[in-house]
Design a protein around this ligand. Structure first.
Ligand code: PLP
Length: 430
């Protein structure tokens, strides 16, 4: 064990996840590559944790942050006017597509979702909330409550009354045998049933990720979110789209994960990529919802000037370079290269949307999800100079989400390394 790892284990919580048998200490980054303390370089195809959506040491972001630092105004809280905050809010309100939208900035995705839940429950005067099975929305009291993934649950009492809907992970044999249309009908029937039998018909909102991130990049069949939204509208239930992983063009099918579903949420939550590594999150919501809170509000660090400088520069870069189009163009290059892996006995499925890809690792004998094989592939990709993620409800999903700035040569290199690593692990267990 390295000296730093021993010190980490001594003073940091045992439940903080660390990748790899010998965790990596990253010391620098440039473009889509990182360097560790031993001088090894890696292609980072997890973009930090979908945080560095432009990659590392991007001049436009670095210079914007340096300019802000040079003013000496590092923190003023929300008690004073901040130009960068207003400018960023204007951009996000416009991009949200929500009429009369207003924005509140936070420091993380967890806080963003907590705020959205507060807006919705206060607006409806109800603690009843719908969430999806296999979801992840954060690690606070309210957001753990709406997280439908046992790996991230704690058994504390929840401040919310949560009912879980079927969603992107077709848990259950009967669901897997259905066509998309049959599955959507079954999900909608279940939603109506939940509303009629398990609630007092005063549900505040549904919170959902258009592609479930921590859940293993699972995707709903086209039409599911629109079908849910129709029922929600009938009942006056608000829809919160958690875009912490799917925002800013990552899915390639629109600026937000929900875009391709032809729906407009009442609130959108965001974080991760916006500050290109700096802590920025927030909620953009209908103005009446945002202004509906009657209590005073302040955020000490949310919307701080340094984070705003990074976020404005990052968002401008995304738009100026049309990175959504890059995600749409390069997604198929990766996916077409990964699809042949489905003939490996240790691979259950391969899927992708834009620059989000997943490979499910399974036991070749039983077909059961195999977190061990996923971990083995991660060690192999690392050995070959590629960083990717893992996750999923059962811990067996390889997750790939590079910076949106990747070039075709990076994608081909990563795709070949990943395919080689999967084949190597597959051959070991045949
Ligand atoms: N929502 C989603 C979809 C996420 O993936 C995450 C983090 O992974 C969160 C919320 C929580 O964000 P944070 O870790 O910034 O609190």
């Amino acid at each position: 064990m390295s000296e730093l790892l021993a010190r980490h284990r001594a003073v940091m919580p045992s439940w903080l996840s660390l990748y790899y048998d010998e965790p990596i200490e990253i010391t620098s980054g440039k473009g889509v590559r990182l360097t560790d303390a031993d001088g090894n370089t890696y292609l980072d195809f997890f973009a930090g944790i979908l945080t560095n959506m432009l990659g590392y040491d991007v001049a436009e972001v670095r210079e914007a942050v340096e300019r802000q630092l040079a003013t000496g105004v590092v923190h003023t809280s929300t008690l004073y006017l901040l130009r960068g905050q207003v400018e960023l809010a204007e951009k996000i309100a416009r991009l949200s597509g929500i009429p009369d939208a207003k924005v509140f900035f936070t420091n993380s995705g967890t806080e963003a979702n907590e705020t959205a839940l507060l807006l919705a429950t206060c607006a409806r005067g109800s603690d009843q909330v719908l969430a999806m099975r296999n979801s992840y929305h954060g690690r606070s009291y309210g957001t753990v409550a709406v997280t439908g993934n046992r790996g991230w649950k704690n058994s504390a009492l929840s401040p919310l009354n949560v009912h879980y809907l079927h969603g992107t992970d077709r848990d259950g044999r009967a669901f897997r045998a259905m066509s998309d249309a049959e599955y959507i009908d079954a999900c909608v029937a279940d939603l109506r049933d939940v509303l009629a039998t398990a609630t007092a018909r005063d549900v505040a909102c549904l919170i959902a990720e258009p592609v479930q991130g921590v859940g293993g990049f699972t995707m709903p069949p086209p039409g599911l979110l629109a079908a849910y939204k129709e029922v929600l509208d009938e009942e006056g239930v608000l829809f919160v789209s958690d875009e912490v992983q799917t925002g800013w063009g990552r899915t390639g099918t629109g600026f937000w994960g929900f875009s391709e579903h032809g729906i407009t949420p009442d609130a959108i939550t965001f974080a991760k990529g916006l500050g290109n590594g700096l802590a920025v999150g927030g909620v953009v919501a209908r103005g009446d919802l945002m202004d509906g809170l009657t209590a005073n509000g302040v955020s000490t660090f949310g919307g701080n000037p340094v984070a705003m400088a990074a976020a404005n520069a990052t968002l401008d870069y995304v738009l100026d370079h049309d990175l959504q189009a890059n995600a749409a163009r390069l997604g198929p290059v990766m996916l077409d290269g990964l699809r042949p892996l489905t003939d490996a006995a240790a691979v259950g499925a391969v899927r992708g949307k834009g620059l989000m890809f997943a490979v499910d690792m399974v036991d070749p004998g039983s077909g059961a999800p195999s977190p061990e094989l996923a971990a083995a592939v991660l060690e192999e990709t690392r050995r070959r100079g590629l960083l990717i993620g893992k996750g999923g409800l059962r811990g067996n999903v390889l997750r790939v989400a590079p910076p949106l700035t990747v070039e075709e040569s990076d994608v081909r290199e990563a795709r070949d390394i990943l395919a080689e690593a999967v084949r190597e692990v597959d051959a070991r267990v045949r």
